[in-house]
Write a protein of this length. Structure first.
Ligand SMILES: [Zn+2]
Ligand SMILES: [Zn+2]
Length: 397
């Protein structure tokens, strides 16, 4: 099959690789209809996140059609049109029982590689380095989905492929961030970052009842989407001296009730601290530029919540004392998609949620190296490049 592979830092290629196949009785093979870029891929493409091997197929946000089921699969059937969360769950361990699916204790065969860094390993993820399981990714014609009955969600006929695609990764990540904020009527939620995850966090905060949602970014086309597609207020941080000051003033001096940080370690920022971070990052003393995280901790009101969705490595200069003295709650996780996918598909089917506008750059899998270039440099208003490995199949609509 054809697939996009990582051959080294900033060295990607579309190659022919062995077909995805059933390995365990509960596996399913999905023919990938749509597969999307994700900002977290840039961490290993740029070399900040180790653990990719040359030839690894990557990509973890996808949907498609089931073409083969193992003998232990009971619910999923061949020809089902499904969306699959990016983290792999077993559905049966201590963490899965508590709906903490991305922390699954069963699905990471390379747990020993992760344990020294994290203390305890995370669950496996498709196409996202050897320490995260070494699974084949979705930028391919076919993908193996372990524990198919737990991880494949049938897409209702009212929801088209493109809308369903983002329920794999960007939407549940954003929704989980909003869920973490325990939103009450009247709340103001600020969202740092207007990429796909940030926009979906903002849309979710509205769905969950926030009175005001303020999206902070610097790219005009993204801020426009936040206003027109999500109905959020926006702030271009390059136009103000202090994001914290702006948020304080617009909330009557108290600050937002919650801040969702959806930028991560490749975030741009302004000010001296950012320059320090960049210098440290350049000499690899610090792998992150944690400016958005620090800003979030400073900007949120006392006793507020900061939901951290951006991917960071090991960060110094984290304002631990501020967290204590302001009485903050910090919540974070890789997405527990299996908890949220059914309700998100319902929101899509009823028209309460719109996602397809995230797919700014659809293209063939053969074009995917260019797709990552456009995505990485955010040129031409790119939010997500979406690849179409399989010929488009009828959706029943
Ligand atoms: Zn992702
Ligand atoms: Zn599990």
């Amino acid at each position: 099959m054809r697939a996009l592979v990582w051959n080294g830092v900033n060295d990607l290629a579309v190659e022919t690789v062995p077909d995805a196949a059933i390995v365990n009785p509960r596996d399913v093979v999905v023919q990938v209809s749509l597969s999307s870029t994700c900002g977290s891929d840039l961490h290993f493409i740029d070399g900040y996140l180790p653990g990719m091997l040359p030839g690894d197929v990557f990509g973890h946000e996808f949907m498609g059609r089931v073409v083969e089921v193992g003998p232990g699969v009971t619910r999923v059937r061949v020809d089902d049109r499904v969306v699959v969360p990016s983290f792999i769950a077993c559905g049966n361990c201590w963490y899965c029982d508590r709906e903490l699916y991305s922390l699954c204790d069963t699905t990471n065969p390379h747990a020993a590689a992760q344990q020294p860094v994290l203390g305890y390993p995370s669950g496996g993820i498709y196409g996202y380095t050897q320490p995260f399981g070494g699974y084949g990714g979705s930028h391919a014609e076919f993908i193996r989905v372990p524990f198919g009955d737990v991880n494949c969600f049938t897409v209702p006929p009212e929801v088209d492929d493109l809308s369903a695609l983002f329920v794999s990764d960007a939407v549940p990540t954003g929704y989980m961030g909003a869920d973490f904020c325990d939103i009450s009527p009247g709340d103001t939620v600020a969202v740092f970052g207007a990429g796909a995850v940030g926009l979906m966090a903002a849309a979710s905060a509205r769905l969950l009842g926030a009175e005001r949602v303020i999206v902070v970014d610097r790219l005009p086309e993204r801020l426009e989407l936040a206003r027109t597609r999500v109905g959020a207020e926006t702030l271009d941080y390059s136009e103000v001296d202090s994001v914290q000051e702006f948020l304080r003033e617009t909330t009557g001096g108290r600050g937002p009730d919650a801040v969702i940080e959806a930028v991560g370690m490749e975030g741009h920022g302004t000010g001296v601290q950012n320059l320090v971070d960049r210098a440290k990052q350049a000499v690899r003393l610090e792998t992150d530029r944690a400016t958005p995280l620090r800003e979030a901790v400073l900007a949120v009101r006392k006793a507020g919540t900061v939901a951290v969705l951006g991917v960071y490595g090991l960060t110094d200069s984290f304002p631990t004392g501020v967290v204590l003295n302001k009485g903050l709650t910090i919540r974070s996780a890789q997405q527990h998609g299996q908890r949220y996918v059914p309700r998100l598909l319902n929101h899509l089917a009823s028209g309460e949620l719109e996602t397809s506008f995230l797919a700014t750059h659809p293209m063939s899998l053969e074009d995917s190296v260019r797709g990552y270039d456009v995505f990485k440099h955010k040129t031409d208003g790119c939010l997500r490049a979406v690849f179409t490995p399989a010929p488009v199949v009828a959706t029943g609509r």
